[in-house]
Ligand binder design. Sequence first.
Ligand code: ZN
Length: 149
Amino acid sequence: MTDLQDLYQELILDHGRRPRNFGALSGTSRSAEGYNPLCGDKVKVYVKMDGDTVKDISFEGAGCAISTASASIMTEILKGKTRTEAEELFQTFHELVTGQKAQLQAPELGKLAVFSGVSEFPIRVKCATLAWHTLRAALNDADEVISTE
Ligand code: ZN
């Protein structure tokens, strides 16, 4: 189990240091901003839809390794997914990081499983879910800044 945890730690640090899909999307896209005052994490999520499918997605912001890695991995995973699939993944991911679901019960999460350890640190749950809450706001075309508080 320790090896797996080390691997997870590595992936989170890697995505935290070199986030993927980082930067604003050009052209027309929806966006929303999120803020986690508990930790100081800030994120802006951009999403370009093709009908009901996520055609492109990116993010900008500054925060702790967990919030940055979560946003980075989220953007990797959601490209090509439908809105409904994105919403379902968020539900499952939320259950994983809050400890309501074990990792083995959620194989569809793929790489997102690296955040399973967050369930042992309730204060970090908001770091891990900030990008997802913000994505939801972007999809709903919400204009206000989303706060986890
Ligand atoms: Zn954080």
